[in-house]
Ligand binder design. Sequence first.
Ligand code: GLV
Length: 307
Amino acid sequence: MRSCEDKAVKVFDAKLNSNDELYSQEKLLDLSVGCDGILSSLTDKLDEDTINKLPGSVKILSNFAVGFGNINIVAAKKKNILVTNTPEVLTDATAEIGILLILGACRRASEGIEAARESSWKWSADYLIGKQLTGTRLGILGMGRIGRKIAKIAMSLGMVIHYHNRSKLNADKENGATYHKELKSLLSVSDVLSVCCPASKETVNLINKDTLEYLPKGAVVTNVARGDIVDDEALIDALNRRKVYAVGLDVYKGEPNLNPGYLKHKSAFILPHLGSATKETRTAMANLAINNLEEFFKTGNCKNKVN
Ligand code: GLV
């Protein structure tokens, strides 16, 4: 990302976090003195208290992510601070990881990798039998850009697509998928669930003890969006009871830590938040986050504002 840092330094009088240090609130506030804007990453917690303590000179938070659950956008709005994100540029990369989670969980990749590394396996007709995707129903929770791209790839793998969204999409965007107005209705047909919706007050712990019960027995749950949407204890309990056959997770509550309950399960295919982690995508995100700042300082507004 050197070229992006160079660009930021060229365009702005920028203070860089070149070592990717995780700043404490105190350090973040210290460093923001004299700044007109902050280019934040999803590990920077800009909660209400932090935002209220920011110097008055800060007018924009340009988040280096499509998600902005790390920022209290209401508190920012109250303080007249614009918040922007980086949509679109990470759709393809994140959808690829979404598909990897589905494949990894359904085809028992964690167990397979471990056995291959340890040479502790022997081919046999019933060794590491997983779930085939062809003909399997995929429930997509949140049919935004990433959900739709996952749907498109999954369809090419022969999966049958169902989705739940705040509203039904037009036929073009739906692309043959079946809409479920109610989450419970979607869950009841989801042999595999892909969580793709943003984290918000409405979606926190949407996948919980009660809603998990609507899944068919032996369903697979994957999450490429945000850990906050899933109640971990409930999902781990569902794995323990074999209500859920396997999980594929890229995101967690309290990252970089994850609930140790997942580690006990060989059927948990887990990745360290790699959704957008390709060179092309991270470069495009950084450029967009810088462009968002430039647009705001030039025009007082930004097309990627979220508050
Ligand atoms: C990554 O998780 C993002 O929200 O950009």
